[in-house]
Ligand binder design. Structure first.
Ligand code: KIV
Ligand code: ZN
Length: 387
């Protein structure tokens, strides 16, 4: 039987950490409501101790959404945790997300402490968070570069203290999918009490592997993916929500499903892009402007005959009206005839030959031949052009 993968959206926290993407409370609420409609399981609304504005945003999101869990980030510091609890007080389903660095480099240089102290601080933070809310998630920062044996010990104390979700961040986007998957497998097999918690992936995209690593983690036993709309996030970004969801959907053989209404993926992507002032790269999988555009003659001919020849996803499934046949100097006669037909002009073979020669001249001058250009060509070269 297929198993459900929980989608933890951190667009409003890790995503919003991107320079220039700062949102105000009203914008965060608008996005949170869209995420609720999209069907995410958890919304990480912010880092309440970081600023009064973020405290207020988390408080308002907590009051606005009903179904998803609303989560606030904190370091393993009492004041952070207490502040997060305060911001989440109005939530129907509050979660505190607390944690600490666990790699040697974080312990020695950032935290300037010892592994024993990390164990103590991890347990104390989870215990303290538990005094406010039932649902506590623990993050082991830089788990991607941490020693697996030590990581397992930290997770054991977090579980003992009451954590029910264990986040394994590849904070620096360092891991290969095989390594990250093996880490998750190791933890599934070696952490005492792991059956009382679920493992969560949280991958960064510094090597372009965030989504691949998250999927590798799920295959090896993780049951939550932390991700953002459009893959937005610190540096090169986080795991992309739309990619993760569609990978699981396009590969039913993996036997996983999510609660996401995929038809809302494109509208939500556009909303986030607009509110954050962060354009989506045109070749971005699933939500990029070119994700369903075909411009070379060979591909266009195939798609016009049968869409599935060059598309593995029906655009309607992700909220895009239709595939696009773009006319460029690489386009063939089939694409030209198709676009002319869309303008109401059924070309004969002779007409097509005439228009095609003229079209190539225009296409060599212009990057893209649009409907207006095509209309002019049809008027010039076809006797009974557009009706
Ligand atoms: O990347 C990371 O390690 C994080 C944690 C704070 C969860 O974002
Ligand atoms: Zn992160």
């Amino acid at each position: 039987m297929a198993e459900r993968i929980h989608i933890f959206d951190t667009t409003l926290r890790d995503g919003e950490q991107v320079p220039g993407c700062k949102l105000n409370s009203a914008q965060k609420i608008e996005i949170a409501l869209a995420l609720e409609e999209l069907g995410v399981d958890v919304i990480e609304a912010g880092f309440p101790v970081s600023s009064p504005g973020d405290f207020d945003a988390v408080r308002q999101v907590a009051g606005a959404v009903r179904r998803p869990v609303v989560c606030g980030l904190s370091r393993a510091v009492e004041n952070d945790i207490k502040t997060a609890a305060g911001a989440l007080a109005g939530a129907v389903r509050p979660r505190i997300h607390t944690g600490i660095g666990v790699s040697e480099i974080h312990i020695r240089y950032k935290l300037r402490t010892t592994p024993e102290d990390i164990l103590h601080r991890a347990a104390a933070a989870v215990r303290y968070a538990k005094s406010f809310v039932e649902d506590v998630e623990f993050y082991a920062e830089d788990a991607g570069r941490a020693d697996n044996e030590f990581l397992a010990r930290v997770l054991e104390v977090a579980i003992k203290a009451g954590a029910t979700v264990l986040n394994i961040p590849d904070t620096t986007g360092y891991c290969l999918p095989e390594q990250y998957g093996a880490k998750i497998r190791y933890l599934m097999e070696n952490v005492r009490g792991i059956e009382k918690a679920i493992l969560s992936t949280h991958c960064h995209n510094d090597l372009g592997l965030a989504t691949a690593n998250s999927i590798a983690g799920v295959i090896q036993g993780a049951r939550q993916i932390e991700c953002t709309i459009n893959g937005i996030g610190e540096r090169a970004g986080n795991t992309s929500l739309e990619e993760s969801v569609m990978i699981l959907r396009q590969h039913p053989d993996l036997k996983f499903f999510t609660g996401i209404n995929t038809r809302l993926l494109n509208p939500v992507s556009q909303l986030v892009s607009e509110k954050m002032g962060m354009p989506v790269q045109p070749n971005k999988a699933i939500v990029g402007a070119n994700a369903f555009a075909h411009s070379s003659g060979i591909h266009q001919d195939g798609v016009i005959k049968k869409r599935e020849t060059y598309e593995i996803i029906d655009p309607l499934e992700v909220g895009v009206d239709h595939s696009r046949i773009v006319l460029t100097a690489r386009s063939g006669r089939a694409a030209l005839a198709y676009r002319a037909k869309n303008l109401g002009c059924n070309l004969t073979k002779d007409e097509l030959d005439r228009v095609y020669a003229a079209f190539l001249e225009v296409a060599d001058r212009k990057k893209e031949v649009d409907d207006a250009d095509l209309g002019v060509l049809l008027e010039q070269y076809v006797v009974s052009a557009i009706a």
